[in-house]
Write a protein that binds this ligand. Structure first.
Ligand code: MG
Length: 413
């Protein structure tokens, strides 16, 4: 097929999906842009697609225009020219597709036997050019093709909550879109189905089967999901936000912290909750435990909850001389409050003196006590700065820290 056009079906009202904010799912914002806008991008920049028409509900013209406007800045003149004016969909998906096929046929010339057409759900914005190419390549005279994926799950037939049988899944595939056909063939079959009063077909391959047109299943993609429920939308949002997710809805977050305190006359100082005899102390409003301060900020950073100075202002006399344990314990409490947990923490102390090595295990043990974390998840390291800078001149101690936290995704603000 040398000429390929595309029909994007966006006329549904989202009655099955929980609409989000009252919007049909194809118009819901996904990382700042409507779903339809993302789907259009994929098709309009595909080099082999000639025309694209979107089927919309008559009430959605304003939403459609907004979705197009959200994308248009990223299209070149060629892509913009490929987009035909939207067509009005019908009462069912099947009626909408027929309307789209008529529109494409009027624009393209249905007698052009070299024409193929792709039919795609607007709510599948993650379709790739590779999947589209595979469908296009498989369309041939007298043959359609759809993207599909083999079933991975074992299938059970269930009656009243009880399994009746296990259904062999060997030959079962899940149908996706795009579904591609010779334009003249699928238009004829759609017209015939409508004329015969058949309105029950849920996809175009089903009409092709009904009409006896061969349809090949080509490899789709598990990424090519149809956004159907608000949970699907939320998952897609996380995916586009680039957050690291495990499969059970836990989000992995990372935070960093940094702090400096200067030396003052004294006989001991606190580092990582451990008092170390030294020829100087560290100056600060609290006990000046520079390492615990950096670590507290790292944890607060991972949960996007301000910093130590915000929660424990130095201007507040009640924190004068306070043991920094309580700052760190408070950060740990804030993680637990969100249903999260700390995966690991890591502290680097930058100083010429005192020597940290002899105290490392005591420091790890103390941090573990404060946070309720096993030692295997706690790193404490030290380095000099080779005599350079304020730490090299022994004017003070700096500390850096990082923390990794897992949060249930529902706790995200
Ligand atoms: Mg500090």
């Amino acid at each position: 097929m040398s000429a390929i056009d595309a029909v994007i079906v966006a006329a549904g009202r989202g009655t099955r999906a929980a609409t989000v904010g009252g919007l049909p799912k194809q118009y819901v914002g996904l990382a700042g842009r409507p779903v339809l806008s993302r789907t259009l991008d994929v098709f309009l920049v595909h080099p082999r697609i000639r025309h694209v028409v979107v089927l919309i509900h008559p009430d959605d013209r304003g939403r459609y225009d907004s979705a197009v406007a959200a994308s248009r800045a990223g299209w070149d003149a060629n892509a913009s020219a490929r987009l035909l004016p939207p067509a009005t969909g019908g009462a069912t998906r099947q009626a909408s597709v027929l309307s789209g096929l008529e529109t494409i046929a009027a624009a393209a010339g249905v007698d052009d036997s070299c024409c193929g057409v792709l039919i795609h759900d607007a709510a599948r914005p993650f379709v790739s050019h590779e999947v589209i190419d595979r469908v296009i390549e498989a369309i041939a005279p007298g043959t359609g093709a759809i993207a599909a994926v083999p079933l991975a799950d074992t299938l059970k037939r269930v009656d009243s909550g009880v399994i009746v049988e296990t259904v062999a899944r060997d030959a079962l595939w899940r149908a996706q879109t795009p579904q591609g056909f010779p334009l003249a063939d699928i238009l004829t079959h759609h017209r015939n189905a409508a004329a015969a009063g058949h309105a029950e077909f849920t996809d175009d391959a089903a009409i092709a089967e009904w009409a006896g047109l061969a349809v090949r299943a080509v490899e789709g993609s598990v990424e090519n999901v149809k956004l159907t429920t608000s949970a699907d939308i939320a998952a897609a949002e996380r995916k586009l936000s680039g957050v690291v997710m495990t499969t059970n809805g836990i989000e992995v977050r990372h935070g960093t912290g940094f702090d400096v305190h200067k030396f003052a006359p004294g006989t001991s100082l606190w580092l990582c909750g451990v008092e170390i005899a030294h020829e100087a102390t560290l100056l600060g409003h609290s006990d000046a435990d520079v390492a615990l301060h950096a670590l507290t900020d790292a944890i607060l950073g991972a949960i996007s909850d301000g910093d130590i100075g915000q929660h424990f202002p130095p201007s507040d006399p009640q924190w004068k001389g306070a043991a920094s344990d309580l700052f760190l314990a408070d950060a740990g409490r804030r993680v637990r409050e969100r249903g999260g947990s700390i995966t690991n923490v890591d502290v680097t102390i930058l100083c010429e003196v005192p020597k940290i090595g002899p105290h490392r295990e005591a420091m790890r043990a103390r941090i573990g006590e404060i946070l309720g974390l096993e030692a295997g998840r706690i790193g404490v390291k030290a380095t000099t700065t080779e005599g350079l800078g304020f730490t090299g001149r022994r004017e003070g101690i700096a500390a850096m820290a990082s923390a990794t936290v897992t949060l249930p995704s529902r706790s995200l603000a």
